[in-house]
Design a protein around this ligand. Structure first.
Ligand code: NDP
Ligand SMILES: O=CC(=O)O
Length: 319
């Protein structure tokens, strides 16, 4: 008998066929309130599941006694309770590496567009407000030569630092759980405490996983420690930041601006004050969203899933 798989994100046709040829598959392009009960019912007999962008609760998995592996099409694994996976002996696979460069590109887009007010001023042109030569009211701030502070210098953080160091001559400060001497040598980066980083950096960029230790790691106290000219960049997870404190810091001009790809609640509610602030660039969680990268992520996630179900070594296990 074929093993059963539940897919909860639309997959490219070739990958869908790869799964279909080997497994008995239940397909959900995405899970909504309308089909949530069907999704949970499908899990009851599933051996494997693959998808993204959906919090998978322990209650959903309690009803899935045959489950061996969940394969997420993301590097972040915060949609799962890792301790539950460990206790049940379930595998959780993810997609590190293949999205590193695309996500670093997005972060650099946020750095540049926030500092140079690209989105705001493109809107000014489109609105027909460009009537004469621009003046100080439209000036931004330099990126080249400014200090980049990275909280989280892992795969993506290092790729951002490489762009900053080699392309923009930016001195790099970083803060991890521990120093990384190799990265320091390669990028001439300096390991500092979180407090020193917040006080010194012109751009404070978060590139961390969301974990119990990082949840709400940045709040009013931390914004208060940043330079008034600092630009805050977050493309890791919204819940690492106290969003109400961020909004206050931006409204009060405690900091200069923010470039954000992630939010406490996604999609960002249309009534969020963040959308009314001209010193904010807000993106719809597009860190890895290029055709090439999303395909590579889906391919890796399918490879992880198939390996797990065949009892072979899984290339990228988070648990
Ligand atoms: N916006 C988007 O679309 C995307 C967002 N992401 C997010 O980015 C995150 C990072 O991805 P990636 O770079 O591949 O992950 P890595 O594991 O390579 O890097 C994470 C870094 O965070 C550091 N870190 C973890 N916990 C702490 C802590 N408590 N204090 C200080 N530093 C800490 C780690 O330091 P150490 O090595 O010392 O443990 C590590 O250097 C993902 O988990 C995901 O949430 C990823 C892709 C796309
Ligand atoms: O947010 C995206 C991820 O891959 O994690």
């Amino acid at each position: 008998m074929k093993q059963r798989v539940v897919v909860y994100k639309k997959l490219p046709e070739a990958l869908a066929q790869r799964l279909q040829s080997e497994f008995d598959v239940s397909w959900f392009d995405r899970v909504t309130e309308a089909n949530r009960a069907d999704f949970i019912a499908a899990l009851k007999t599933a051996h494997g599941m693959i998808g993204a962008s959906l919090p998978i609760t322990n209650a959903m998995l309690e009803g899935a006694p045959e489950l061996k592996i969940a394969s997420t099409i993301s590097v972040g694994v915060d949609n799962f309770d890792l301790e539950y996976f460990r206790q049940r002996g379930l595998m959780l696979a993810h997609t590190p590496g293949v999205l590193t460069e695309a996500t670093a590109d997005t972060i650099f887009a946020l750095i540049l567009s926030t500092a140079r007010r690209v989105v705001e001023l493109a809107g000014y042109v489109k609105a027909g407000q460009w009537k004469g030569s621009i003046g100080e009211a439209q000036f931004g701030v330099n990126v080249h030569g400014k200090t980049l502070g990275l909280i989280g210098m892992g795969r993506i953080g290092s790729a951002v630092a490489r762009r900053a160091h080699h392309g923009f001559g930016m001195p790099i400060l970083y803060h991890n759980t521990r120093p990384n001497p190799e990265t320091e040598r390669e990028l001439d980066a300096r390991y500092v405490s979180k407090e020193e980083l917040l006080a010194q950096a012109d751009f404070v960029c978060l590139m961390l996983p969301l974990t119990p230790a990082t949840e709400r790691m940045i709040g009013a106290r931390e914004f208060g420690m940043m330079k008034r000219s600092a630009i805050f960049i977050n493309a890791s997870r919204g819940r690492i930041v106290d969003e109400a404190a961020l909004i206050r810091a931006l409204q009060d001009k405690t900091i200069y601006g923010a470039g954000l790809d992630v939010f406490e609640v996604e999609p960002l509610p249309v009534e969020s004050p963040l959308l009314t602030l001209s010193n904010v660039v807000a993106l719809p969680h597009i860190g890895s969203a290029t055709h090439e990268t999303r395909l590579a992520m889906a391919e890796l996630a399918v490879t992880n899933l198939i390996a797990g179900l065949r009892g072979e070594p899984v290339p990228h296990l988070a648990v």
